[in-house]
Design a binder for this molecule. Sequence first.
Ligand code: NAP
Length: 498
Amino acid sequence: MQRTDMGLSLTTMEARRASLARPELLRSQAYYAGAWRSGEGGETVAVTDPFSGETLAEVASVGEPEIRAAIAAAQTAFATWSRTLNRDRGLLLRRWLELIERDKEDLARLITLENGKPLKEARAEVAYGSSFIEVYADMAAGILGEILPPNAPGRRLMAEREPVGVCAAITPWNFPMAMLTRKIAPALAAGCTMVCKPASETPLTALALAALAEEAGIPPGVLSVLVSAPALFGDIVTASSVVRKITFTGSTPVGAKLMAASAPTIKRLSLELGGNAPLLVFDDADLDAAVETAMVAKFRNGGQSCIAANRIYVQRGIHDAFLAAFQARIEAMKVGDGLDPATDIGPLISARAVEKVERHLDEAMAGGARLVTGGKADGGLLSPPTLVADVASDALLTREETFGPLAGVIPFRTYDQAIARANDTPFGLAAYVCSTRPETIARAGRDLETGMVGINTGLISTAAAPFGGVKSSGIGREGSHHGLSEYLNYKYLCQAGL
Ligand code: NAP
């Protein structure tokens, strides 16, 4: 590929490095116990740019000795880090944040290169990912215990907050930075230490964050980032009695495996799992707001989001107007290279992802759906934004996460019908409601069985709010003070004889 108008050559690894202001951010070794190393076995995984199909880097994939060394280093570091003054932990997080801010353009570029998402979305992810560090850096100094009313004379009852201990984090490829920082920042603020395994498709952003954490002076062993065979990492951290908590973002089947494997050692768990979000558009909705909600909720990150609107239920009275306006917005989207500033949708992460979208499209069409716009990828990973109408209420795309830019619209008549369909799923992460009637909004907010509800907006993620699901979408919350509590235990002290 030739040097383009965007000023980036995608020809060679050297040229890619040169496109970063600080090429040293692109790391290919694992960072653990405060040092950068390759695995004893010398194994690597290729990280591929989904747009060009070329290899960005061969990253060390470490084995059992290195994973165990990372856990041991986290255990050693915990003794000191957990007793470091809260204020000083917060200051180190602040320093990390400043370095991320300095290198934010390089981080965004790394996200686009390894994930494929448009640079404008990658920049938004860096800002969103950074906001967790900002929030928890500030919260570190405010971790408070309680003095409780005594149950008998001469007693003092106290509930102290203690860090949970060594934590292991496993994250997916769809938000290579934000899924990590929303775990690392509260863990470190609380006084925990953490060993992270990012997705093997997108480890470069994670390793760059580790390099910046090292530069910020976060002590050795407090934060490790390494790539390994996923089941090996999962087996070791779940079986380890040193690791006191697993925090996982990814698919429900893998989350269930980790939960089962953690049972013998009774670990704390945070599981941010798959979604199957419904979007309900009622007759009284503001049309522009409903279409904007659908655009954001469906097409952000090319639909590769756990809170992506997977099923769009539209009431009969507004159905045709909604469909026409939605179609016009979809047809204005540009699919292409994430590094092109005009791109709205980049390539999907893999051929398997494209195949899933097309399987859902084929199944919907076979069930009687009507293709309004879009279609299939042209052999590569550029999947066109696609709209199908009159989708059967039991179509595959209503039951499984499509995780791609395919929007399926299903008409409905009554409120009860819409809610019943929305809740007819094992998942319960997010839902969206578009209506101008306060009563409909309040009832839907109450009746939808999800952890989060967007009301007249598709943009609900913020570090200020507790993000998470119910049912098979997981347990635990990330963001806000609830996200910090996930990394803290209570210790109750009862003192007599006063
Ligand atoms: P995935 O297959 O579950 O992978 C996620 C992470 O788990 C990756 O780091 C993966 O490693 C690792 N992994 C895979 N098998 C494992 C095992 N047996 N033991 C331990 N770790 C293992 O999920 P995905 O398909 O990449 O990601 C998309 C899913 O994540 C969707 O279901 C989406 O809804 C969900 N998600 C949820 C949230 C949320 O907040 N609820 C946010 C984002 C995404 P490798 O990469 O090395 O395979």
